[in-house]
Design a protein around this ligand. Structure first.
Ligand code: ADP
Ligand code: ZN
Length: 202
């Protein structure tokens, strides 16, 4: 009897705030895939023009060659059919299209590794991560160090004044914050419907 060893595809996610080591972890996994002699292709969005054009770069300056795409659809166009492992960094720049593309790739036998932010600058779930997490076989959540207090940080604090969902930037424009130190623009208390004492009733 012949052993059936066809390629099984899957989706692996690394998510968390900025500076939490997502790119480092993605690079580590992709390097290991190369050591295992798998054919690897890595994609990053053209919007992410922070460091190098043709590499994914971590904040600790680890680097891995990558191809630039203008959207999730372009990943399919640039994919060599022999590729076994597909890496995608900065999922949050791709928007909802990445969900279908990742599923199609996994269904066709590719191992899909995706890294990206899970929450935005206001602490809200960041498309397309919520759906990707539901569809994935494996999920890793990375935490950074809070720049205020040193505790584990799950938030990306925006330090510049903008209400745009995507503002490309790194150190100086963003920092990691824990739940307690995170300030999403509007004071949290004002979002809650707490009873407020009348000024002249005290
Ligand atoms: P991400 O992809 O999640 O933004 P990177 O992999 O690019 O993260 O960078 C992680 C590296 O960033 C760490 O190994 C560390 O050297 C550096 N770093 C800078 N600020 C912080 C922080 N606040 N918490 C943890 N690591 C930080
Ligand atoms: Zn803190």
């Amino acid at each position: 009897m012949e052993l059936v060893t066809g390629n099984i595809g899957w989706i692996e996610i690394v998510c968390g705030p900025m500076f939490s080591g997502k790119s480092e972890e993605l690079i580590r996994r992709l390097r290991r895939a190369r050591i295992a002699r798998k054919r690897v292709q890595v994609f990053k969005p053209a919007l992410d023009n922070r460091y190098a054009h043709d590499e994914i770069v971590s904040h600790g300056d680890q680097r891995l060659p990558s191809e630039v795409v203008n959207g999730a659809q372009e990943i399919l166009q640039k994919l060599d059919w022999r590729t076994q492992v597909v890496g995608v960094d900065e999922s949050n720049f791709f928007g909802p299209d990445l969900v279908d593309i990742a599923s199609q790739l996994a269904d066709s036998g590719k191992q899909v590794l995706i890294a990206g932010l899970d929450t935005d600058y206001l602490g809200r779930p960041f498309t397309p991560m919520p759906e990707l997490l539901c569809l994935a076989e494996s999920i890793t959540k990375t935490l950074a160090i809070c720049m205020r207090c040193g505790n584990p940080a799950k938030h990306t604090q925006r330090l510049v004044d903008s209400n745009d969902l995507i503002v490309v930037g790194a150190t100086g424009m963003y920092e990691a914050r824990c739940r307690r130190c995170f300030e999403p623009g509007i004071p949290k208390q004002e979002l809650m419907d707490f009873a407020k004492p009348q000024r002249n009733s005290m």
